[in-house]
Design a binder for this molecule. Sequence first.
Ligand SMILES: [Zn+2]
Ligand SMILES: [Zn+2]
Length: 359
Amino acid sequence: MTATAAPLRGPSNGALAEALFTLAEREPAGDRRLALLRAGYAAMDSVRPARRGVLDDAPPWLKPLVSQLAGCRGEGALAAAVERLSTGQPPHRRATRQRFFSRSEVERVLATAPEDLQPQRLRGAFHWHTDASDGRAALETMARTCARRGASWAVVSDHSRGLEVASGLDHEGVRLQRRRVERWNRRRGDELHLLQGLEAEILLDGTVDVPAAERREVDCLLVALHKGLGSGPDQTERLLRAVATPGVHVLAHPRGRLFHHRQGVRARWELVFAACRDNGVAVEINGFPRRQDLDWELARLAADAGCDLILASDAHAPSHLELDAYACAIAARAEVPAERILNRLQPDAFADWLDLHSS
Ligand SMILES: [Zn+2]
Ligand SMILES: [Zn+2]
């Protein structure tokens, strides 16, 4: 290379994040490890070029290290630098960090994604929480934000009572929320049609924690795993039983994975997705950055199995509603046909879909 050659681009935010996580894992528990982890998360979430997104909050000792890593020309050089810094151990990406998009990768994928998969084109804002369970804002605040973002329908999806940690809704709670949903629809339903969902628990044996009569009281029943998420025994049977439960509309964040912490359940996904298709259960692509569940490979598998897919933000605050962009990027990378994505439907068509899939 000559001195006049154009400078090569540094590593991507995702690659820089991975380098920081790897170095963190090679530190003993303590402040240094914590600072490296924090910097790794900042790189994952930053829209700015890698090093600037990370440096703002970094302690003084970390800044030159980040500069060094961000200055590597290409990912091979970055891997070599990580190996040198960790006394000869080659970098190894943990399974819990595979197939996650950094925020800047989301932007890059969306820049060339089909028009139908652009977040601003989605009509339905699916799967978000309110302060009735573990969300931070009131139902009406969340709904107003959905409307402002251009949605024409939205599905509030608070937790059912089975999830004690999230203080889910009991039967009375569901009914109280129903009245607020109806009040919203009387006043502003033409602008944003609000539907009441419920994120029910799939118990360890695959049963759903909401009784049959109560399942029919909500417009849209999501089922999800939040417990028993170890990647030990295969959990196909648990999932098959859940999606065959009458009244279930959506299998939410199917694996239950969590970035850097948990790989999620093991299952024979071909069988699970075939059962979703046969039972008319849509499969969710959850865009919450630490979940990204399904990832693009499993989303492809679900699309190939003939499933309907639904994109979700899993927002717990108004500012999270934009996280459906991650789900759009996953769908785009998986090349899911746009006509399979339920968020594209007009409000009436989505209501019809729910009716059709209620039995
Ligand atoms: Zn959940
Ligand atoms: Zn949720």
